[in-house]
Design a protein around this ligand. Structure first.
Ligand SMILES: [Zn+2]
Length: 238
């Protein structure tokens, strides 16, 4: 038997049952420092890579598993989004894709910089319109934080699409429209899986209604955000 160095609990296994720390923890040495740092980084990146692959193959499974509580295999959504956002921003500035056209709208500048960033802005209008369009088709099974998690995973996916298409965008053609189309296809798959309405034409009609309503809310939301950003950033920029 060992005593956990973190919380003092009695341990009989490789990990403390109370706090989860490894019982092999001892004094920090050069060896343990380099080994644990490397392992932790690999574990973090490994999980991120696994989540990336799963999201690209079947995003709905990731969202459904996470919502159902099967979470250990996936990166936690917000951290994952942040990692991809930072990586995407670094890569696009490295590839020289910085936005240099002087458009009046702050949010449009956002969008031409990264469609991933734009997807994050879309979350509140999309969730509101989901609530309205699918109110009779099972939206009540999901609470708003759960919808937010799904949206965060999808935003991360849109950053991932940005990153994958980056080489084309930088050296061949402007892909910003393509990014968004691919993202919309992924979203529609998720919505169709989440709300399996029969017959199919009814499901399609609902989805079109969802897109239109999201667009409408997005317009209002952007106008509001625009005014707020202008109020806060305007005096600083000009
Ligand atoms: Zn412990």
């Amino acid at each position: 038997m060992k005593k956990c160095l973190n919380c003092g609990n009695d341990c009989y296994d490789r990990f403390c049952p109370k706090c989860g720390q490894s019982t092999a923890t001892g004094r920090t040495t050069w060896r343990s420092f380099s080994l644990t740092s490397l392992l932790e980084m690999l574990r973090f990146q490994g999980r991120n890579l696994h989540t990336c692959g799963e999201l690209l193959l079947h995003p709905w499974t990731v969202i459904a598993n996470y919502t159902a509580g099967r979470r250990v295999r996936y990166s936690s959504p917000l951290l994952f989004l942040l990692t991809l956002a930072i990586l995407g921003t670094l890569l696009s500035s490295w590839a020289g894709l910085e936005d240099n056209d002087d458009r009046s709208s702050y949010l449009l500048r956002f969008h031409s910089f990264s469609s991933g960033m734009f997807t994050v802005c879309m979350l509140p209008p999309a969730i509101l319109s989901l609530r309205i369009v699918y109110r009779k088709y099972g939206i009540k099974r999901y609470n708003t934080p759960e919808l937010l998690i799904a949206g965060i995973y999808l935003s991360a996916l849109s950053f991932l699409i940005d990153i994958i298409l980056l080489p084309f965008d930088a050296w061949i053609i402007d892909t910003s429209g393509t990014n968004f189309t691919i993202f919309l296809v992924y979203c529609s798959v998720c919505v169709f899986k989440a709300f399996p309405i029969r017959p199919l034409w009814k499901a399609e009609l609902r989805f079109i209604w969802f897109v239109i309503l999201t667009g409408l809310f997005l317009g209002i939301y952007i106008l509001a955000l625009e005014e707020i950003t202008k109020l806060i950033l305007g005096p600083i920029i000009e």
